[in-house]
Design a protein around this ligand. Structure first.
Ligand code: F6P
Ligand code: MN
Length: 339
């Protein structure tokens, strides 16, 4: 790493982006800062989860039928509150809320962005000290500013994503932010409360040797997915160590690792979840945007994730995402299954 004088803070990075790219708007840059601020608030509580009685289930069930942990709600409230107070966001979609949230205060009606987020992904892992994360996608509203946004503004198409990112609360806390230009990673220095640009211009390796899937569902996957998984086993029999399976079961942890190291992550259709487990708007689209910007790919088995048509804000989709050559090979197996 460079000496500290040469490492940009998140704020210095924001200013340099606006300077270097005149098309970069300060409104998006402000939104980025707001999300970073919410990330710090969430990070403080996530790190205390084992100490204070904030963790544990609230006893309610969220719209996905999953048990809601208190920290999920806390993260949802912090993000929503910070975005409402800021100048850039007109409304949000959250995994935790059945309906969209329209900000109708004086400032927000003039804002041009909609943010879709999963405030705390992998939260069933909180009690076990496993890395968890926040995922977000940023879209332009379609209605004119000056009035509260409407239902159509929330019919979000992946291909219209303006920016996306995630926060990983792990052995370090990192915020990764992607615009159509580049993907950049910032690491939090906790005592100072500053994010530093630690991973400039992240690129997903073209190929990798990691595959990440919940293998216990093998017999419920389609024949193409099964054959693809068999390929890894056969390859390793021929030459041990060709591939390695790594699956935390916390999407942000699995996808962050694979983005940096190269690999493939699969959340495929099963009998119980014919559309897979993951949600399009605030899990798959943001990750697809991040991976594509970094040179990787993301598909649902039939088409590019970012081209999947909007149906409803909580729709699910199978997700296959990773290094381009690994996705290409998976596509060959999936094509055979359709013959
Ligand atoms: O939010 C969904 C999630 O918890 C992801 O973090 C994770 O990748 C996935 O569910 C795990 O699903 P499964 O249990 O099917 O592997
Ligand atoms: Mn999630």
């Amino acid at each position: 790493m460079d000496t500290i004088e040469n490492v940009l803070t998140l704020d210095e990075f924001r200013v340099s982006e606006v300077r270097n790219f005149p098309a970069a708007t300060t409104e998006l840059s402000n939104l980025f800062r707001d999300i970073a601020f919410a990330a710090k608030l969430i990070n403080v509580e996530v790190n205390k989860a084992g100490l204070v009685d904030i963790h544990g289930e609230t006893g309610t069930v969220n719209v996905q039928g999953e048990k809601v942990k208190k920290l999920d709600l806390y993260a949802h409230q912090q993000l929503t509150g910070v975005l409402k107070r800021g100048i850039s966001c007109a409304g949000v979609v959250s995994e935790e809320m059945e309906d969209v949230i329209v900000f109708d205060d004086k400032m927000s009606i003039h804002s041009k962005y909609i943010v879709a987020f999963d405030p705390l992904d992998g939260s069933s892992n909180i009690d076990n000290c496993i890395s968890i994360g926040t995922i977000f996608g940023i879209y332009l509203r379609s209605s004119p500013t000056g009035q509260p946004c409407n239902k159509e503004d929330f019919m979000l198409q992946g291909r219209s994503t303006v920016a996306a990112g995630y926060v990983i609360y792990g052995s370090s806390t990192m915020l990764v932010f992607a615009t159509s230009r580049s993907v950049n990673g910032f690491t939090l220095d906790p005592p100072i409360g500053e994010f530093y640009l630690s991973h400039p211009n992240i690129k997903c390796p073209e190929n990798g040797n990691i595959y990440s899937i919940n293998h216990s569902n093998y017999l419920n996957y389609s024949p193409g997915v099964q054959k693809y998984l068999d390929y890894f086993l056969i390859k390793n029999k021929e030459e041990e160590g060709s591939y390695t399976m790594r699956h935390v079961g916390s999407m942000v942890a699995d996808l962050h690792r694979n983005l940096i190291k190269g690999g493939i992550f699969l959340n495929a259709a099963t009998n119980a979840f014919p559309d897979g487990r993951l949600r399009l708007l605030y899990e798959c689209n943001p990750w697809a945007f991040i991976y594509e910007t970094a040179g990787g790919r993301a598909i649902n088995g039939k088409q590019r994730i970012l081209d999947v048509e909007f149906k409803d804000i909580h729709q699910r989709t199978p997700l296959f995402i990773g290094s381009t050559l690994m996705i290409q090979q998976l596509e060959m197996y999936l094509a055979e299954e359709n013959l």
